[in-house]
Design a protein around this ligand. Sequence first.
Ligand code: SF4
Length: 404
Amino acid sequence: MKSTHPTPMLGLYIHIPFCKRKCDYCDFYSVAEDGALMDRYITALCAHLKETAPFAKHHVVDTVYVGGGTPTLLGAKRLVVVLKTVQKYYALSKDVEITIEANPDSAQDFRMLRSLRRAGCNRISLGMQSAHDSELEAVGRIHTMAQVTTAVEAIRKAKIKNLSLDLIYGLPNQTPDQWQQSLAAAVALKPQHLSCYGLKLEENTPLFNRRDTLTLPDEEVQAKLYLDTVSYLAAAGYGQYEISNFAQESHRSRHNMKYWTLGEYAGFGPSAHSDFGDVRYGYVRDIEGYIQGVLGDGDFVSETTHLTESDRDTEYLMLGLRTVEGIDGKVFERRFRRNFNCFLPFLTQCNEAGYVVEDQGRWYLTPQGFLVSNQIIGGLLDVLSEDKLRRADAKARGDYRIIP
Ligand code: SF4
């Protein structure tokens, strides 16, 4: 008899930790490009993909995301080996989304991109960041706007139809007009998807270390840049679906949606994280440690947390509020067997302040709300902790009227 149980879906994240040069603001794990190290890494990565596959034998992989670092630095040959390994050992859905991240300077050759498309890649996420060479240079990016244009042409010529562009607002010396020009230049390239991130000064990065010498927009200007972005992109046909992400109809990043909707994903590579089989785990931020661990017998897992469904209530609130779908009282109660009513006074206050909207039991942030999402999420988590304490107290007293 055929099982009626739905097949669980899985996303794969594959980290490629190589960059030509480190950008001044970046704290992702990556090392300098080195052909011999790349070859050893691909051997380890493919061995790891193969040995993990039996744990995913009941899953169908519906998204693969090759991120970095700069995956396209590997060149077509190595990337095709990785994609073929995935296809050989995992069951992929017919409409699997396979994204590869690229930087403009390493995505100039349409033949390389065509090889990737033939090996299954159907989406490119390109790090454009700005249309102004001076802004790119100010944060240590090594490409130019002319290379962005050539890369987009090469992607189109290679017949990869789904394109996402990454942009950063709030760059040093950037004026609101310049940001507007970057946005317009990005839209003119007709991508299906745009990610717009506010510049963050991450500790221990070169940009952080010279923060006192930088001219950065203050909080008010940064907020205006964000709100202008949301309305400009909406008018250009890009609906916001997450704090920093915008897409044309049916082109949301299915892989990233997994992170925000508590879907399962398995990561590979140094610093990659997974949420798979009720375990959250991560690998060391050290390429040699990772290679040794996979091919030898070293330990390359850096953290492991076992989770039950009820442990996920916090994440449901935190991640759900990042998306325009928000959080749903009924879903919360059904999934976590907890009462949603405790949140209502706080959410009502946020609603009156214009930060939150309620629609048939679903609560989601407005663009103004996204600007203060950390405070709103923090407020909800405080309510959740207080409620848990109150219930634990009641249980200790033997008062079962308010449990669960
Ligand atoms: S190319 Fe990307 S991953 Fe590499 S340093 Fe720059 S921002 Fe970081």
